[in-house]
Design a protein around this ligand. Structure first.
Ligand code: 5GP
Length: 226
Protein backbone atom coordinates (compact mmCIF):
# COMPACT_ATOMS: atom_id res chain seq x y z
CA UNK A 1 0.00 0.00 0.00
CA UNK A 2 1.44 3.40 -0.96
CA UNK A 3 1.79 5.94 1.84
CA UNK A 4 0.01 8.72 -0.06
CA UNK A 5 -2.87 8.72 -2.48
CA UNK A 6 -3.03 11.77 -4.73
CA UNK A 7 -6.01 13.05 -6.67
CA UNK A 8 -6.59 11.09 -9.86
CA UNK A 9 -8.30 14.08 -11.51
CA UNK A 10 -6.18 15.74 -14.19
CA UNK A 11 -5.07 19.36 -14.13
CA UNK A 12 -6.61 22.11 -16.22
CA UNK A 13 -3.79 24.01 -17.89
CA UNK A 14 -4.39 27.32 -19.64
CA UNK A 15 -1.80 28.45 -22.17
CA UNK A 16 -1.89 31.99 -23.55
CA UNK A 17 0.57 34.29 -25.18
CA UNK A 18 0.85 36.81 -27.97
CA UNK A 19 0.36 35.90 -31.59
CA UNK A 20 3.24 33.90 -33.13
CA UNK A 21 4.68 32.88 -29.76
CA UNK A 22 4.43 29.25 -30.89
CA UNK A 23 1.69 28.05 -28.48
CA UNK A 24 0.25 25.60 -30.98
CA UNK A 25 3.67 24.16 -31.93
CA UNK A 26 4.46 23.65 -28.25
CA UNK A 27 1.17 21.81 -27.72
CA UNK A 28 1.63 19.66 -30.81
CA UNK A 29 5.09 18.56 -29.65
CA UNK A 30 3.94 18.16 -26.05
CA UNK A 31 1.19 15.75 -27.13
CA UNK A 32 3.91 13.57 -28.72
CA UNK A 33 5.95 13.20 -25.52
CA UNK A 34 3.16 13.25 -22.95
CA UNK A 35 0.31 10.86 -23.69
CA UNK A 36 -1.61 12.06 -20.65
CA UNK A 37 -2.43 15.48 -22.09
CA UNK A 38 -5.63 16.23 -23.94
CA UNK A 39 -5.70 19.41 -25.99
CA UNK A 40 -9.09 21.02 -26.24
CA UNK A 41 -10.27 22.03 -29.73
CA UNK A 42 -11.83 25.49 -29.64
CA UNK A 43 -14.78 26.80 -31.58
CA UNK A 44 -14.38 29.89 -33.73
CA UNK A 45 -16.42 32.02 -36.09
CA UNK A 46 -13.33 33.18 -37.99
CA UNK A 47 -12.90 31.91 -41.56
CA UNK A 48 -10.94 28.68 -42.06
CA UNK A 49 -7.36 29.09 -43.40
CA UNK A 50 -5.89 27.11 -46.28
CA UNK A 51 -4.12 24.37 -44.37
CA UNK A 52 -6.58 24.08 -41.47
CA UNK A 53 -8.92 21.15 -40.84
CA UNK A 54 -12.37 21.52 -39.28
CA UNK A 55 -12.54 19.61 -35.99
CA UNK A 56 -8.74 19.44 -35.70
CA UNK A 57 -7.53 23.06 -35.62
CA UNK A 58 -10.91 24.48 -34.60
CA UNK A 59 -14.59 23.72 -34.94
CA UNK A 60 -15.46 26.36 -37.53
CA UNK A 61 -18.98 27.73 -37.13
CA UNK A 62 -20.89 30.79 -38.26
CA UNK A 63 -21.30 33.80 -35.98
CA UNK A 64 -25.00 32.91 -35.55
CA UNK A 65 -24.14 29.31 -34.60
CA UNK A 66 -21.58 30.57 -32.07
CA UNK A 67 -24.11 32.96 -30.54
CA UNK A 68 -26.61 30.11 -30.29
CA UNK A 69 -23.99 28.09 -28.38
CA UNK A 70 -23.46 31.00 -25.98
CA UNK A 71 -27.22 31.24 -25.35
CA UNK A 72 -27.38 27.47 -24.72
CA UNK A 73 -24.56 27.74 -22.15
CA UNK A 74 -22.35 25.38 -24.17
CA UNK A 75 -19.15 27.42 -23.74
CA UNK A 76 -16.81 27.20 -20.74
CA UNK A 77 -15.39 30.58 -21.78
CA UNK A 78 -15.44 32.69 -24.93
CA UNK A 79 -14.17 36.01 -26.22
CA UNK A 80 -14.07 38.14 -29.31
CA UNK A 81 -10.35 38.05 -30.07
CA UNK A 82 -9.32 39.23 -33.52
CA UNK A 83 -11.54 41.46 -35.69
CA UNK A 84 -14.58 40.63 -33.54
CA UNK A 85 -14.46 36.96 -34.40
CA UNK A 86 -15.62 34.66 -31.61
CA UNK A 87 -13.29 32.07 -30.08
CA UNK A 88 -14.37 29.78 -27.25
CA UNK A 89 -13.90 26.50 -25.37
CA UNK A 90 -16.80 24.05 -25.69
CA UNK A 91 -17.74 22.62 -22.26
CA UNK A 92 -18.37 19.21 -23.78
CA UNK A 93 -15.66 16.63 -22.91
CA UNK A 94 -13.62 18.88 -20.56
CA UNK A 95 -15.08 17.51 -17.31
CA UNK A 96 -15.09 13.93 -18.61
CA UNK A 97 -11.40 14.14 -19.62
CA UNK A 98 -10.36 15.72 -16.30
CA UNK A 99 -12.27 13.06 -14.35
CA UNK A 100 -10.55 10.36 -16.40
CA UNK A 101 -7.18 11.77 -15.24
CA UNK A 102 -6.11 13.60 -18.40
CA UNK A 103 -4.35 16.94 -18.09
CA UNK A 104 -6.52 19.18 -20.22
CA UNK A 105 -4.88 22.03 -22.11
CA UNK A 106 -6.71 25.13 -23.30
CA UNK A 107 -4.87 27.41 -25.70
CA UNK A 108 -6.86 30.59 -25.30
CA UNK A 109 -6.44 34.35 -25.15
CA UNK A 110 -6.10 36.43 -21.99
CA UNK A 111 -9.83 37.35 -21.81
CA UNK A 112 -10.74 33.65 -21.81
CA UNK A 113 -7.96 32.87 -19.31
CA UNK A 114 -9.38 35.43 -16.87
CA UNK A 115 -12.83 33.83 -17.15
CA UNK A 116 -11.31 30.43 -16.29
CA UNK A 117 -9.48 32.00 -13.34
CA UNK A 118 -12.82 33.20 -11.96
CA UNK A 119 -14.46 29.80 -12.38
CA UNK A 120 -11.76 27.22 -11.61
CA UNK A 121 -9.47 27.89 -8.64
CA UNK A 122 -7.02 25.09 -9.26
CA UNK A 123 -6.34 25.83 -12.95
CA UNK A 124 -2.69 26.45 -13.91
CA UNK A 125 -1.81 29.42 -16.10
CA UNK A 126 1.20 29.42 -18.43
CA UNK A 127 2.19 32.41 -20.55
CA UNK A 128 4.26 31.63 -23.65
CA UNK A 129 6.43 34.37 -25.11
CA UNK A 130 8.55 34.79 -28.21
CA UNK A 131 12.06 35.94 -27.23
CA UNK A 132 11.64 39.47 -28.69
CA UNK A 133 8.97 41.68 -30.30
CA UNK A 134 11.16 41.59 -33.41
CA UNK A 135 10.72 37.79 -33.48
CA UNK A 136 6.95 38.25 -33.38
CA UNK A 137 7.12 40.75 -36.24
CA UNK A 138 9.28 38.43 -38.35
CA UNK A 139 7.13 35.37 -37.61
CA UNK A 140 3.93 37.29 -38.52
CA UNK A 141 5.40 38.35 -41.88
CA UNK A 142 6.77 34.86 -42.59
CA UNK A 143 3.42 33.24 -41.76
CA UNK A 144 1.73 35.59 -44.23
CA UNK A 145 -1.90 34.84 -43.28
CA UNK A 146 -2.89 38.46 -42.77
CA UNK A 147 -2.72 41.69 -44.76
CA UNK A 148 -0.60 44.58 -43.42
CA UNK A 149 -3.49 46.20 -41.53
CA UNK A 150 -4.38 42.91 -39.84
CA UNK A 151 -0.74 42.23 -38.98
CA UNK A 152 -0.45 45.64 -37.32
CA UNK A 153 -3.64 44.87 -35.35
CA UNK A 154 -2.20 41.52 -34.17
CA UNK A 155 1.09 43.16 -33.28
CA UNK A 156 -0.76 45.80 -31.19
CA UNK A 157 -2.77 43.10 -29.41
CA UNK A 158 0.48 41.19 -28.71
CA UNK A 159 1.96 44.30 -27.11
CA UNK A 160 -1.11 44.74 -24.86
CA UNK A 161 -1.23 41.06 -23.91
CA UNK A 162 2.37 41.01 -22.69
CA UNK A 163 1.34 43.50 -19.98
CA UNK A 164 -1.00 40.83 -18.55
CA UNK A 165 1.81 38.35 -17.99
CA UNK A 166 1.83 38.74 -14.20
CA UNK A 167 -1.68 37.27 -13.99
CA UNK A 168 -0.18 33.88 -14.94
CA UNK A 169 1.63 31.33 -12.72
CA UNK A 170 4.44 30.51 -15.15
CA UNK A 171 6.18 32.06 -18.14
CA UNK A 172 7.95 30.08 -20.84
CA UNK A 173 10.05 31.79 -23.51
CA UNK A 174 9.85 29.90 -26.77
CA UNK A 175 13.36 30.35 -28.10
CA UNK A 176 14.27 26.72 -28.86
CA UNK A 177 11.03 24.77 -29.37
CA UNK A 178 12.27 21.56 -27.73
CA UNK A 179 13.34 23.46 -24.58
CA UNK A 180 10.00 25.25 -24.38
CA UNK A 181 8.12 21.93 -24.72
CA UNK A 182 10.23 20.37 -21.96
CA UNK A 183 9.58 23.34 -19.69
CA UNK A 184 5.81 23.10 -20.15
CA UNK A 185 6.00 19.35 -19.54
CA UNK A 186 8.04 19.93 -16.36
CA UNK A 187 5.47 22.42 -15.09
CA UNK A 188 2.75 19.79 -15.58
CA UNK A 189 4.88 17.20 -13.76
CA UNK A 190 5.66 19.53 -10.84
CA UNK A 191 2.01 20.38 -10.42
CA UNK A 192 1.33 16.65 -9.90
CA UNK A 193 3.69 16.72 -6.88
CA UNK A 194 1.86 19.50 -5.06
CA UNK A 195 1.01 18.63 -1.48
CA UNK A 196 -2.52 19.93 -1.95
CA UNK A 197 -3.13 17.14 -4.46
CA UNK A 198 -2.82 14.54 -1.70
CA UNK A 199 -6.18 13.00 -0.88
CA UNK A 200 -5.10 10.53 1.79
CA UNK A 201 -2.05 9.57 3.85
CA UNK A 202 -2.12 5.92 4.75
CA UNK A 203 -0.09 4.01 7.32
CA UNK A 204 -1.26 0.49 8.20
CA UNK A 205 -1.01 -1.00 11.70
CA UNK A 206 1.80 -3.17 10.53
CA UNK A 207 3.77 -0.16 9.32
CA UNK A 208 3.18 1.64 12.61
CA UNK A 209 4.60 -1.37 14.44
CA UNK A 210 7.70 -1.33 12.20
CA UNK A 211 8.05 2.40 12.82
CA UNK A 212 7.77 2.01 16.58
CA UNK A 213 10.22 -0.85 16.53
CA UNK A 214 12.81 1.11 14.54
CA UNK A 215 12.42 4.34 16.43
CA UNK A 216 12.27 2.83 19.90
CA UNK A 217 14.77 0.05 19.58
CA UNK A 218 17.38 1.02 17.01
CA UNK A 219 17.50 4.53 15.74
CA UNK A 220 17.30 6.13 19.17
CA UNK A 221 20.65 4.64 20.05
CA UNK A 222 22.38 5.80 16.92
CA UNK A 223 24.53 8.84 17.16
CA UNK A 224 23.42 11.65 14.95
CA UNK A 225 26.24 13.15 13.02
CA UNK A 226 25.49 16.78 12.26
P1 5GP B 1 -5.90 32.55 -34.65
O1 5GP B 1 -4.48 32.89 -34.98
O2 5GP B 1 -6.14 31.07 -34.60
O3 5GP B 1 -6.90 33.30 -35.50
O4 5GP B 1 -6.19 33.18 -33.23
C1 5GP B 1 -5.67 32.68 -32.19
C2 5GP B 1 -6.02 33.54 -30.99
O5 5GP B 1 -7.27 33.17 -30.46
C3 5GP B 1 -4.97 33.25 -29.97
O6 5GP B 1 -4.72 34.37 -29.15
C4 5GP B 1 -5.63 32.15 -29.19
O7 5GP B 1 -5.07 32.02 -27.92
C5 5GP B 1 -7.08 32.62 -29.17
N1 5GP B 1 -7.99 31.50 -28.98
C6 5GP B 1 -8.01 30.32 -29.63
N2 5GP B 1 -8.97 29.54 -29.15
C7 5GP B 1 -9.59 30.23 -28.16
C8 5GP B 1 -10.66 29.95 -27.26
O8 5GP B 1 -11.25 28.88 -27.24
N3 5GP B 1 -11.00 30.93 -26.39
C9 5GP B 1 -10.37 32.13 -26.34
N4 5GP B 1 -10.76 33.00 -25.43
N5 5GP B 1 -9.35 32.43 -27.17
C10 5GP B 1 -8.97 31.49 -28.06
Amino acid sequence: MNIIKSKKRGSLIVISGPTCAGKDSICRELAKINKNVWISVSCTSRPIRGNEVDGVDYFFVTKEEFERKIRNDEMLEYAQVHYNDYYGTPKEHIKEKLDAGYDVILVIDIQGALQIKEKIDEAIFIFVLAPTMEDIRKRLIKRGYENTEQMIERFKTAYKEINELTKYNYVVVNDVLEDAVNKVNSIITSEKCRVDRIEEVYLSNEEEIIHEFLVDKDLKNEEIDI
